[in-house]
Design a protein around this ligand. Structure first.
Ligand SMILES: Cc1cc2nc3c(=O)[nH]c(=O)nc-3n(C[C@H](O)[C@H](O)[C@H](O)COP(=O)(O)OP(=O)(O)OC[C@H]3O[C@@H](n4cnc5c(N)ncnc54)[C@H](O)[C@@H]3O)c2cc1C
Length: 478
């Protein structure tokens, strides 16, 4: 019997993973349709005038070490479709009290030189990782790395990767600057720094700072979604916006359906159709802390006390290792922090399309307890003011989003969790459920391709790419 389907594959959700899955299938000659609930594509990769006309703010993701390093994105002709990466002078700045700052430079030596007595230890830790960054990333950005593709490299670094970040920072370094720099990197994990594998997050993104930089997209992160969508359309793929899917009845007939959604939404859409055992696994899936974000329109650049903080588009505000560790532990316990660890981006310093001449945009967020509706605006402002006295006087307008607002903006951000579920040791390898191929479900033709699958959160498209590979494998095409 011949099955007649409208499409070979329908992808629900147009985040970077949904678009990556669609592109991979279209490249293999499949007819694909992407359905997006909102009126614009992109999920966590959109840019909007959130404050005042002419001020373009990245609503979610802003800085893209994983994007520029992603082997999938690197394989695509995205510059032909308008994507241009901008590299600030330095990947990262980390101001400290007293007008001091640590700067991660592209060069390991230049970074080490400014770390005083910790310079040699910094060089010793990162030089071999930077040398092998591609092999490391290949292991890190894929499903459970068994068997490892690069066993020698993996075994050489394994012990460092499975440590708590706090322990690694305290054993490798003796001074506040190097410890604080590493703590800020590792806190991207959204886990207490005492948890194992938090060191892996710090090591990977710091390594990428040296190896490929921490760039942003000229014109805003939206340009990345537009480039992916432009290339997908050139391959014959279709995209429909304003099309929320709440049951399979909303999906045109297709041989395969891939969900760029998290387990909770999959449960709502498929419900009883899913076998009970798998359903229970999805019900047990854990979501983590949320985020609170503020975008500012400024009438001038941030007046950093340490002027070199302006050499980077990204700054980590939170002071010392002890402070950052304490802040992340408190969030994990469910307590909104008085002095939160803040991730800040000042894109307009390096991209003049973001704001009117002489004016600036600032993107800042902190971690908050899951589902928190506490307004953190003034606490984020206070952290910026701490390292840049006079900052508040430059604010023309601001736009805040609590963890609850985040979920309303993007239903994938359950409770404000921006990485599709806790990425601790066990759930990194078993997201969204314990299966040999985590992208498959027990239902034939139903797949999951969001950041709730390996390798997890961030804009790299690898979850979508691997999910599409799983589809092609079940169709015996790869
Ligand atoms: C404030 C913030 C800052 C961040 N900063 C960075 C950063 O600097 N660098 C980085 O790499 N990552 C960053 N991230 C994380 C990154 O944005 C996500 O990890 C990434 O977008 C996940 O991609 P995805 O394709 O899995 O899902 P998403 O990007 O969340 O896309 C899912 C899509 O599915 C749609 N959808 C949901 N439900 C339905 C439905 N029922 N029917 C149809 N469509 C539906 C949504 O509208 C959305 O468009 C940040 C996120 C946030 C919120």
């Amino acid at each position: 019997m011949i099955d007649h389907f409208a499409y070979d594959a329908v992808i629900v959700g147009s985040g970077p993973n949904g678009l990556a899955a669609a592109i991979t299938l279209a490249q293999a000659g499949r007819s694909v349709l992407v359905l997006e609930a909102k009126d614009t594509i992109g999920g966590g990769t959109r840019t909007k005038e959130l404050t005042l006309p002419g001020f373009w703010h990245d609503v979610c993701s802003a800085i893209h070490p994983l994007g520029i390093a992603s082997s999938f994105f690197r394989s695509l002709p995205l510059s032909d479709y308008g994507l241009e990466w901008i590299h600030p002078e330095a990947p990262l700045a980390h101001p400290l009290d007293g007008g001091r700052a640590v700067i991660q430079e592209r060069s390991i030596d230049a970074t080490a030189e400014r770390l005083g007595p910790d310079g040699p230890a910094y060089r010793k830790l990162f030089a071999p990782m930077v040398e092998h960054w591609q092999e490391l990333l290949e292991e890190f950005l894929r499903p459970l790395p068994l068997p490892p593709k690069h066993p020698l490299v993996s075994s050489r670094f394994l012990l460092k990767f499975i440590q708590p970040a706090r322990r690694l920072a305290e054993s490798a370094f003796s001074g506040d600057p190097a410890r604080a720099l590493f703590a800020g990197m590792a806190a991207h994990s959204i886990l207490p720094l005492e948890h194992i594998i938090t060191s892996a997050y710090g090591l990977i993104i710091a390594t990428l700072g040296h190896a490929v930089g921490w760039p942003m997209a000229r014109g805003g992160t939206q340009r990345l979604s537009e480039a992916l969508a432009g290339y997908l359309r050139a391959l014959g793929g279709e995209i429909v916006t304003d099309h929320p899917v709440s049951s399979m009845g909303d999906v045109p007939s297709a041989r395969d359906v891939l969900f760029d959604l998290t387990p909770r939404q999959l449960l709502c859409i498929l419900g009883e159709q899913l076998p009970a055992g798998y359903r229970r696994q999805l019900e047990r899936y854990r979501y983590g802390p949320g985020v609170f974000k503020v975008d500012f329109a400024l009438d001038g650049p941030i007046p950093w006390q340490a002027p070199e903080v302006a050499r980077s588009a990204t700054a980590h505000l939170g002071g010392t290792l002890q402070e950052i560790a304490c802040s992340e532990r408190g969030v994990w316990r469910g307590e909104p922090q008085e002095r939160p660890y803040v991730l800040l981006a000042q894109q307009s310093l390096y991209d003049d399309t973001r704001a009117p001449q002489g004016k600036h945009t600032v993107w800042a967020y902190c971690h908050v307890p899951h589902g928190s509706s506490v307004d953190m605006t003034s606490r984020i402002e206070a952290q910026i003011e701490r390292f840049a006295p006079g900052f508040r006087d430059r604010i023309l307008a601001k736009h805040s989003m609590s963890a609850v607002d985040m979920e309303a903006y993007n239903p994938n951000y359950i409770g404000g969790d921006i990485i599709g579920g806790v990425a601790d040791f066990s759930q990194t390898f078993t997201r969204p459920a314990l299966r040999w191929s985590p992208y498959t479900t027990p239902l034939k033709g139903i797949f999951i391709c969001s950041s709730s699958t390996p390798p997890g959160g961030g804009v790299h498209g690898m979850c979508g790419y691997y999910a599409a590979q799983a589809v092609l494998r079940t169709r015996r095409d790869v």
